[in-house]
Design a protein around this ligand. Structure first.
Ligand code: 1CP
Length: 332
């Protein structure tokens, strides 16, 4: 059994597996080299050889316990016929939302459009570098996908104040998103992903109607993934109440963000925990990194715990700091 499965399934606490969100890409010079030659980000995600190579880059360097497939959560709107572009220095830009066009999307067309992602997963899963390691497939949570599809740019830049105007459209759209996310999860598992992570990066934006837009649709995805005998990790970033979330959504593992108190989480939540440390700690020095990482490891020493961060690795992170962190966690 892999170290991560041992932690999730057997609730093992003796060793702490480690991988990092956004470990593939951005901060690695070997990724930037490939990216320079491939300006179209969607095309790069659909290049199965390069996507597989990028997925394995951090495994070669740091020997993490899991690889996460190089793709993006916005491949979903792309595959259900909303235009998606990534602009240099700006981020994602989505095209107009045409609900009639989206409704017409056929499941076979969806799967065909994303075939290179699934081929990349198959190819990667056969790599000898992944011996005794997991290959993580992922999706954005329905709410986070809805946010990008309606807002069309990152909410970090600006969030349209007309977001909740058309409740009928939102309710209809989130059901379509959920249906295709299930298909995307199934296809990734069939291709060889043996863990699924659901990124709800914008869970913290929602104040009311959490039931309809976060709990219910995510719970449906979690149940569906479990029915395919695959463990599922949820990351409801900045959600106000992690305990309620876990009680209702019932993931196998929950990734916490860096704003929550790990001592409180350790006491209140019994399922395996992942992550928590502020990615900005990676920008300081080794002594401070060791101190902060040790704080999380100490708090979770009797709790099944997968080391990770409270959000993705920042692009300006020095790979030497990542190397130091992995060794430190393994030697703990
Ligand atoms: O070079 C570049 O300009 C591309 C940068 C990049 C990369 C490397 C983007 C654009 N996406 C990715 C890959 C990616 N995205 C992975 C690959 C595997 C890994 O290393 O983890 C994963 C898991 C994601 C997930 C993702 N994409 C999330 C959820 C996690 C998170 O960080 O909150 C989100 C919100 C996105 C959307 C996205 N993709 C890229 C950008 C710039 C954004 C927008 C982020 C924002 O709104 O600020």
């Amino acid at each position: 059994m892999t170290p991560i499965k041992n932690c999730i399934v057997n609730k093992n606490t003796t060793n702490n597996p480690i991988w990092l969100m956004r470990q593939a890409g951005r901060y690695l010079p070997e990724f930037r080299e490939i990216r320079k030659q491939n300006q179209d980000f969607i095309k790069l995600c659909l290049n199965e050889d390069l996507s597989s190579e990028i997925t394995l880059q951090p495994i070669k360097r740091f020997s993490f316990d899991a690889a996460i497939i190089f793709s993006d959560i916005l491949m979903l709107p792309y595959a259900i016929n909303q235009e998606v572009k990534f602009e240099k220095g700006f981020g994602p830009k989505l095209g107009n939302l045409n609900i009639d066009l989206i409704k017409e999307t056929k499941e076979t067309d969806f799967t065909n459009k994303l075939k290179p992602v699934y081929n990349s997963i198959s190819l990667t899963s056969r790599s000898s570098l992944l011996k005794n390691k997991d290959l993580i497939g992922f999706v954005g949570a329905p709410w986070t996908i809805l946010v990008y599809m309606i807002n069309k740019i990152s909410p970090k830049k600006n969030l349209t104040d007309q977001f909740f105007n058309d409740k009928i459209l939102l309710s209809e759209l989130i059901k379509i998103i959920e249906r295709f996310l299930k298909l995307h999860i199934k296809n990734q598992i069939n291709a060889g992903a043996n863990l699924i992570q659901i990124f709800d990066s914008w869970a913290g934006l929602l104040q009311s109607e959490i039931e309809e837009f976060i709990y219910m649709p995510t719970k449906n995805l979690v149940e569906y993934t479990k029915s395919l005998n695959t463990p599922v990790i949820c990351f409801p970033r900045e959600i106000k109440n992690y305990k309620n979330y876990c009680d209702i959504v019932k993931p196998d593992v929950v990734n916490i963000d860096y704003n929550v108190d790990p001592i409180y989480i350790e006491k209140e939540i019994s399922i395996p925990i992942q992550g928590g440390m502020d990615p900005k700690v990676m920008l300081t020095d080794k002594e401070n990194l060791k101190k902060e990482a040790k704080r999380y490891l100490d708090i979770f020493k009797d709790h099944p715990y997968i080391f990770n961060l409270g959000h993705g690795v920042l692009p300006e992170t020095d790979p030497n700091m990542v190397d130091y962190l992995v060794k430190m966690v393994k030697d703990y």
